[in-house]
Design a protein around this ligand. Structure first.
Ligand code: MD6
Ligand code: FE
Length: 219
């Protein structure tokens, strides 16, 4: 099968529906659309304190994704590895607190995805410009894999690559648009995943950008 045939069309999935991608992974189409303007104002305030930056991987490459955090813990990368840290290494200050509206959105989405009682302590905020990609990886720096991850997509559409338990497993391609939320846990928690290079475009709220929020219980 060609890549083209494996891609679900952006219009193939109805609005505001819940789609099981596979056991433990659910796409909540449009779940965050109503909250998006408020959430994006909060993202701007966070980025004014803790700017988006291109972190260095342990291999010495700069990530093409721009990244910042809010909440008690933030995900960081440098030559010595990946980890969660309570302070922004750029400023030495604690990460900005998680806005109330973020916690409420993450909790509600997790519950809708079958994970009641989710209380995230970390929110990783990724910024994609046209051409930015995120290579296949597992999210495994969190202490407890019992909690899900809640991922909120805002701005330009992207193709989420959802792979298997091994890096070599061929990913399926899931189109994500503004307001979509993916809840991901249980048997899917350690799946390889990534984001295909962002296509150019203009979004009414974000211009030529995509912003992704991933909520985690890290500590
Ligand atoms: C992104 N997301 O969509 C990157 N990880 O920009 C992730 O890496 C991710 O969306 C774990 C669970 C859901 C995700
Ligand atoms: Fe991830």
């Amino acid at each position: 099968m060609t890549d083209e045939q494996m891609t679900l069309g952006f219009d193939d999935l109805p609005d505001d529906a819940c789609h099981r991608l596979e056991p433990g992974a659910v796409l909540l189409r449009g779940f965050a659309r109503g909250d998006a303007p408020t959430v994006l104002r909060a993202v701007e305030a966070i980025a004014a304190e803790a700017p988006f930056r291109h972190m260095v991987t342990p291999g010495g490459q700069h990530m093409s994704v721009g990244l910042t955090n809010c909440g008690a813990l933030g995900w960081v990368s440098d030559r010595s590895g990946y980890r969660y840290a309570p302070r922004d290494p750029l400023s030495g200050l604690p990460w900005p607190p998680m806005p109330t509206c973020f916690g409420a959105l993450a909790r509600a989405a997790a519950a809708a995805g079958g994970f009641a009682g989710f209380e995230p302590d970390a929110c990783l905020i990724n910024q994609y410009l046209p051409g930015t990609r995120l290579s296949l990886h597992q999210d495994k720096d969190e202490r407890d894999f019992g909690a899900p991850i809640v991922s909120v997509s805002l701005g330009l559409p992207a193709v989420f690559l959802f792979g298997g338990a091994a890096r070599r497993d061929r990913p399926i391609r899931v189109p994500l648009v503004h307001g979509d939320v993916v809840v991901w846990g249980g048997p899917a928690r350690l799946r390889y995943h990534g984001v295909a290079p962002l296509k150019d475009g203009q979004h009414p709220l974000l211009g030529a950008r995509r912003v992704n929020l991933t909520f985690r219980l890290a500590g």
